[in-house]
Design a protein around this ligand. Structure first.
Ligand code: DGJ
Length: 548
C-alpha cells in the first residue's frame, strides 16, 4: 500500500521519470489493473482485475451508509450472494464544514466491504439526489445567494440547486475530486471500488427548468450549435430546435454538462468508470398514470430519461454508463426501458430495481440485454430474513455467480437466451444452432397443497419461473433456472429425427472449471424427449446431447 502512495505522489511530482519509477513500483506491488469497460465490436465488457465481471449488486437504503449500519448488514449481503455493494457517499457527511473533509466513516465502510471480500460501487449524493438537493451540506443549503436554487415558473425557489451556478459546480467538483483522490490513496492497490455513480437521479423535481433571469436569457438564445449538429436538429432557439421538449432538453443540457465536468475532474485524479442513474418518465415509461406525465412533475426534468438519452450521450463523454432505475412491475414497461438503454454507445446495466419482478428481470437483463450489472435496491432492508423479492434475486445470484466468466463471454451473442414466465405465458421455445429448447413453466394457477383462498391464489399467480440457457458448444448447454422443465429437439428443418442425452450433470464452476456436484434430474426415455427439470430452489446444469 505504501508503495502505491509513493507511486501516485511520484507520478505527479516527476512527470515522465516519475511514471517510469511508478511502473517499476507497480510491478513490485502488483497493483491490480484499474476497472474499465472494454468495447469490442458492439459488445461491452466490464473488466475487473483484468477479467470479465458482471456486477451482482445490491444497493443499501438511502440512510444506511454509516459504518455501524453497514456492519449489521454483512450477513444480509452474504445471504444475497452479492459480489458488489452499492452505497452512497454523502456530500454533507464528508464535507460538513466548507473545505474540511472527514473520511472517517468512508474509510471504515471501505475496509469493511473489502474484508467481506466484496467490491463496491459508490454513489455520490452531491448536488442531486432524486431530483433534489437534500444531501448537499447545510452550508450550501443555507446560502442561496452563493448557491442559487432553481426558481419555478412563478419565480419561487424550490428544493433543487440550479445547474447554472459556477459556484455550486466548483464546490461539488472540489468535494467529489477530494473524495476520489482519497479513494485512490487508500484503494488503488486493492480496487475495492470498481465504479462511481456521479450524483443520484439528477434532474429537477418541482420545475421543468430554472426560470431565473439568467436561465431565461440562456433559454431565449440559440441552442448550442455543437449539440444541435450532434442531434441533427434544426439550428435556432431551444424552442425551434426541440419543440415541445425544449425546456426539458435545455435543463438536460446544463445538467449533463455540469455532471460531465464533475465526472471528468474525478477521472483526472482517479479514472474509475462512471455512471449516471435515471428516474424514468415520459412516453410510456412512467406508471404514475393518474397524473399527466410531465418533466419536473412526475419525474425529474433534465435527467437521462430515454427520450433525452441521445442528448446525454452526446454531451457527457466522461460518463461511461447511463443506467435506468426500474421499479415498474409491468414486464412491458420493464422491457421497454431495458431496450432503450441497450445501445451501441451505452453498456446496459440495471442499477436499481425491486419488488416482484426483480428475480425474473435479472434473467432478461443478463441474457437478452447483455447487462454488465444488476442491483436491487434496499438490500439491507429485511434483516437476516430476506424479503421475498430479495430472496428471488439472491437465489438468481447463487445460481449465476460461478458462471460469470462463461456468460460474460456469450452475452450479446445468439448463444445466450432467457425464457421467463409472465402472466399468460406458459412456455417458450428458444432456438439455438443445432437444437430448439422448449422451456415449460410451472403449470399456471397451481395451488400449493392444502391452501385455499385469495391470498394463496395471489401467491401462485405471481409468475416466478425463469430459465437461462447458454450454448457452450454445438451439442452442449449450460442451463440454470427455477420451476421449469427444458426439453430439446433438433432444430426445425434439420435432417435429424430426435435428440438424446449424452450426459446431464448438476454442478458449479470453480475458478472457471466445471465441477459436477450431483447427477441431474433427467427424463430420457420412453416416448418423451430429453428433458431436465429445474426445481423451485433452482439448479445449474450442464447438458450434453446427440442427434440421430
Ligand atoms: C430511487 C433512488 O435513486 C434511490 O436513492 C431511492 O430513493 C429509491 N428510489 C427508493 O425507492
Amino acid at each position: 500500500m505504501r508503495t502505491t502512495l509513493k507511486c501516485s505522489m511520484l507520478q505527479r511530482a516527476l512527470g515522465l521519470s516519475g511514471l517510469l519509477a511508478c511502473a517499476a513500483s507497480i510491478a513490485f506491488a502488483q497493483i491490480k489493473p484499474i476497472p474499465q469497460i472494454a468495447k469490442k465490436g458492439d459488445k461491452f465488457t466490464f473488466m475487473v482485475d483484468g477479467k470479465p465481471f458482471i456486477m451482482l449488486g445490491g444497493q443499501v437504503g438511502n440512510f444506511s451508509a454509516f459504518p455501524d449500519l453497514m456492519e449489521r448488514a454483512w450477513p444480509t449481503f452474504k445471504a444475497m450472494n452479492l459480489n458488489t455493494v452499492e452505497y452512497p457517499i454523502y456530500w454533507n457527511v464528508i464535507e460538513p464544514v466548507e473545505g474540511k473533509y472527514d473520511f472517517t466513516g468512508f474509510d471504515q465502510i471501505l475496509h469493511g466491504v473489502r474484508a467481506q471480500g466484496l467490491r463496491a460501487m459508490i454513489l455520490w449524493f452531491g448536488t442531486w439526489k432524486n431530483g433534489a438537493m437534500d444531501w448537499s451540506p447545510n452550508w450550501v443549503k443555507a446560502d442561496p445567494k452563493r448557491f442559487p436554487r432553481v426558481l419555478d415558473a412563478g419565480g419561487r425557489p424550490i428544493r433543487v440547486l440550479s445547474p447554472h451556478s459556477r459556484t455550486t459546480l466548483e464546490a461539488d467538483k472540489r468535494a467529489y475530486t477530494a473524495m476520489m483522490k482519497h479513494l485512490r490513496e487508500i484503494d488503488e492497490a486493492e480496487r475495492t471500488v470498481i465504479m462511481s455513480q456521479v450524483q443520484n437521479e439528477p434532474g429537477s423535481l418541482g420545475s421543468v427548468r430554472d426560470f431565473s433571469p439568467e436561465s431565461n436569457k440562456l433559454f431565449s438564445g440559440p441552442a448550442p450549435a455543437k449539440l444541435v449538429a450532434a442531434l441533427k436538429k434544426h439550428p435556432g432557439t431551444w424552442k425551434e430546435a426541440f419543440g415541445r421538449e425544449a425546456d426539458e432538453a435545455f435543463n438536460a443540457y446544463y445538467i449533463s454538462s455540469y455532471i460531465n465536468e464533475v465526472a471528468q475532474a474525478g477521472k483526472q485524479v482517479y479514472p474509475l468508470p462512471t455512471l449516471v442513474n435515471v428516474w424514468n418518465g415520459g412516453y410510456g415509461t412512467n406508471d404514475n398514470w393518474e397524473r399527466f406525465d410531465r418533466p419536473g412533475e412526475t419525474y425529474p426534468s433534465g435527467g437521462a430519461v430515454a427520450h433525452m438519452l441521445d442528448l446525454w450521450k452526446a454531451n457527457s463523454p466522461a460518463i461511461d454508463v447511463i443506467a435506468p432505475d426500474i421499479y415498474h412491475q409491468s414486464p412491458i414497461t420493464y422491457l421497454k426501458i431495458l431496450n432503450s438503454y441497450h445501445r451501441q454507445d451505452n453498456p446496459s446495466m440495471v442499477i436499481e430495481t425491486g419488488r416482484g419482478i426483480a428475480g425474473r428481470a435479472f434473467f432478461y437483463a443478463i441474457a437478452d440485454f447483455a447487462a454488465i450489472g444488476f442491483g436491487p435496491f434496499g438490500v439491507d432492508g429485511g434483516g437476516p430474513d430476506l424479503r421475498p423479492d430479495m430472496a428471488a434475486v439472491g437465489a438468481d445470484f447463487r445460481l449465476f455467480k460461478s458462471t460469470i466468466p462463461v456468460i460474460a463471454e456469450l452475452q450479446g451473442t445468439p448463444r445466450l437466451k432467457a425464457a421467463v414466465e409472465e402472466t399468460g405465458v406458459g412456455a417458450r421455445n428458444l432456438i439455438f444452432g443445432n437444437y430448439d429448447a422448449l422451456v415449460r413453466f410451472r403449470p399456471p394457477g397451481r395451488q400449493p397443497a392444502g391452501t385455499m383462498g385469495p391470498a394463496a391464489a395471489a401467491a401462485v399467480s405471481e409468475p416466478a419461473a425463469r430459465v437461462m440457457i447458454a450454448e457452450l458448444g454445438p451439442d452442449e448447454f449450460l442451463v440454470m433456472g427455477f420451476e421449469s422443465s427444458v426439453e430439446w429437439r433438433p432444430v426445425q428443418g434439420s435432417d435429424f429425427t430426435a435428440a438424446q442425452f449424452v450426459s446431464v450433470e448438476e454442478g458449479v464452476f470453480e475458478n472457471g472449471v466445471w465441477k459436477r456436484t450431483v447427477l441431474g434430474r433427467t427424463s430420457q426415455g420412453d416416448f418423451a424427449g430429453p428433458t431436465v427439470s429445474l426445481p423451485a430452489q433452482g439448479a445449474l446444469m450442464r447438458v450434453k446431447l446427440m442427434r440421430y
